[in-house]
Design a protein around this ligand. Structure first.
Ligand SMILES: Cc1cc2nc3c(=O)[nH]c(=O)nc-3n(C[C@H](O)[C@H](O)[C@H](O)COP(=O)(O)OP(=O)(O)OC[C@H]3O[C@@H](n4cnc5c(N)ncnc54)[C@H](O)[C@@H]3O)c2cc1C
Length: 390
């Protein structure tokens, strides 16, 4: 058992830390306020090789795996969640392709994302189907060498910038039930006349990466753009989400650290009743508690990364991925709350970073499975004996 990062991973972390501190931190408030896609941050990630961390060398990456991507995301997430999301989307938009795609798909889309030539988006959720993802209504029907997609998607992050969008659709509209079959994962190259962004959603935080509504109307996709087969696309999608979860955890882990350090620095300066507020136990203990939880979240997150980097995405590791995701993202919300409270009234002002941490943190508990869904996954594992503590 090792508790030290490899030299490669240390180097990845140092590179990400440098970009995060020197480029991103000074601009994080402006990026949030402007709410426009930070292309210069994307370019800095590309030049430093951070977009290819999770990909093997044969697809243009550096082979740093999920752990490498998580380390970079953690560093960036300390200061700017929009920028951290850009890193995460390298994985979300390609996970199904890497798990079940053809060699040609990997060479084109994974390599494209790894090298920064392409940006991808991921469209699973619909207005009527989020947590219950199998309830999606978007359909795909085969016509000769083409699949024709129809339906509406909600929430696809970065789609306004994307060169391709992963769309999950039903190939068999009659399918339903416990082990959903009859779903396909499709790569829609953009632009496509049947793919229309109908609305940019006005959200509370993470303002610089847009999320959108999409209308698919007779959106034609070449048969070669089906990922895997047209039956098991739901399983492939869930396995893809599994391998992304440790990276979402890393966003939470980063935010919690950024918020804590911000609060600690403030609490050393601010005096009330003749001493720095960090010396009031009510404040100091709360900060100490967040520090304890950060260390716990860190090991949950890194372990989840290592499980994925062993090449696994199966149901046996799912509860550990869920624990990391739920714990680290709930900690982000708690840390942001404690930090804001530590700053008192100032914490509520846009002059200070705490209100941004507060707004940005909450979405982490909603994406890639809500906290409730992760408790369901853990509960199921306890019930069927995959998780035992005797
Ligand atoms: C900022 C942001 C970015 C996003 N980006 C993307 C993206 O890029 N691509 C994409 O496809 N989707 C994306 N999503 C969508 C996200 O995955 C969904 O919002 C999420 O899955 C929850 O679905 P829902 O919003 O429909 O909530 P619902 O499923 O309607 O859930 C509502 C509430 O009920 C709870 N709940 C539901 N079922 C149960 C149950 N069985 N037991 C207990 N509680 C339950 C939920 O936990 C939640 O609290 C994004 C969302 C946000 C907020």
């Amino acid at each position: 058992m090792e508790f030290e990062l490899s030299p490669h991973h240390q180097q990845v972390r140092a590179t990400a830390r440098r970009i995060a501190r020197e480029l991103i931190a000074p601009q994080a408030a402006a990026i949030d306020e402007q709410g426009t896609y930070p292309h210069h941050v994307f370019d800095a990630f590309r030049e430093a090789g951070l977009l290819g961390l999770a990909f093997p060398a044969q697809y243009g990456g550096s082979g740093a795996g999920t752990l490498g991507l998580a380390l970079a995301t953690e560093e960036v997430g300390k200061y700017c969640q929009s920028s951290a999301l850009i890193l995460l989307l390298t994985r979300l938009s390609t996970a199904a392709i890497m798990l079940g795609g053809s060699e040609a798909q990997k060479q084109r889309y994974a390599r494209g994302v790894a090298t920064g030539e392409l940006k991808g988006a991921f469209a699973l959720t619909e207005l009527g189907a989020g947590s219950d993802a199998a309830a999606i209504q978007t359909t795909a029907r085969r016509e000769g060498d083409t699949w024709v997609l129809n339906g509406q998607k909600r929430w696809a992050g970065q789609a306004t910038e994307a060169d391709f969008c992963i769309v999950v659709a039903r190939t068999d509209p009659e399918s339903n039930g416990g082990h959903p079959r009859g779903y396909g994962v499709f790569i829609v190259d953009l632009p496509n006349t049947g793919f229309r962004i109908t609305r940019e959603l006005p959200k509370m935080g993470v303002t610089a990466v847009p999320v959108v509504d999409i209308e698919l109307r007779d959106c034609r996709v070449p048969a070669a753009n089906l990922v895997g087969d047209p039956v098991h696309g739901f399983k492939l999608t869930m396995e893809g989400l599994n391998v992304v979860r440790p990276v979402v955890a890393a966003r939470g882990l980063g935010l919690a650290q950024g918020a804590l350090q911000y609060a600690v620095d403030y609490a050393q300066q601010r005096q009330t009743f003749g001493r720095p507020i960090i010396d009031h136990q009510a404040i100091g203990f709360r900060l100490a508690e967040i520090a304890m939880k950060i260390e716990a979240a860190r090991w949950l997150t890194y372990r989840a990364c290592l499980l994925v980097d062993e090449g696994r995405s199966d149901v046996a590791i799912a509860p550990y991925l869920s624990m990391a995701k739920a714990y680290a993202t709930e900690l982000a919300v708690e840390a942001a709350d404690v930090a804001l409270q530590t700053l008192g009234g100032n914490g509520y002002l846009k002059d200070y970073a705490t209100e941004r941490y507060y707004r940005d943190a909450k979405q982490l508990m909603l994406v890639e499975g809500t906290s409730e869904i992760h408790r369901m996954i853990i509960q199921r594992a306890l019930k069927d004996g995959r998780l035992r503590y005797d």
